[in-house]
Design a protein around this ligand. Structure first.
Ligand SMILES: [Zn+2]
Length: 206
């Protein structure tokens, strides 16, 4: 009705979480009619973020530096590395004061049919991380349960076994114990539940 520029904007906004066509239309109208200055500011902020934010060379967390603030934080022990599915999970779990280890962010779960192999998922980088960081004693799995997660976990298990054998190490794999329902999204759990689950983690049986 308005034109293709407006339609494009509505389609673009729908890539945001929980934004359907109706909300996108409302947002687009609001920006165009009432807040053109803010719309320009948003556009500039997105451009700026895209130029300056990249993946940490070590753990794949988003950062403006080569190495993120968690990897470079010497107060955090390298003995534990918590494997998560998104930078958002790092933001959530790094707030738990009882977990003082590092993190590693996967790009995606393994899904060969969708063209996501070990490299695309970030699993080769993960193996490299474990190989290079000889301080790692435990990989703490904090991934939501799904069919693709199972394949990913199987790969991680093999990967850690390979490192243990080739480097004569005994890196353990553990996972959340009590408190986290199967299939639950880490984002939706409260800090206390997550802290308990992390504290009482159990050995992972792949
Ligand atoms: Zn990092």
């Amino acid at each position: 009705m308005i034109g293709s520029a407006f339609d494009d904007l509505v389609v673009s906004l729908q890539c945001l979480p929980s934004v359907g066509v109706k909300s996108a239309r409302k947002m687009a109208l609001q920006l165009m009619i009432h807040k053109p200055k803010q719309a320009q500011k948003i556009a500039k902020s997105i451009e700026n973020a895209l130029v300056n934010i990249k993946q940490c060379t070590q753990c794949s967390m988003l950062t403006e530096y080569d190495v993120c603030s968690i990897c470079s934080n010497e107060a955090r022990t390298a003995r534990y590395v918590c494997l998560v599915a998104s930078p958002y999970d790092v933001m959530t779990l790094s707030r738990i004061p009882t977990y003082t280890g590092k993190f590693f962010v996967l790009n995606a779960m393994l899904s060969p049919l969708d063209g996501i192999g070990p490299e695309q998922a970030g699993l080769l980088k993960f193996q490299n991380y474990i190989e290079q960081c000889s301080d790692v004693e435990e990989v703490v799995i904090a991934l939501n349960t799904s069919l693709h997660t199972q394949a990913t976990l199987f790969y991680i298990n093999q990967c850690v076994e390979r490192v243990n054998q080739s480097q004569e190490r005994s890196v353990q794999i553990t996972t959340f114990a009590t408190g986290v329902p199967i299939g639950a999204d880490i984002d939706y759990l409260d800090t206390k539940t997550l802290a308990t689950a992390l504290k009482n983690r159990i050995e992972f049986s792949g």
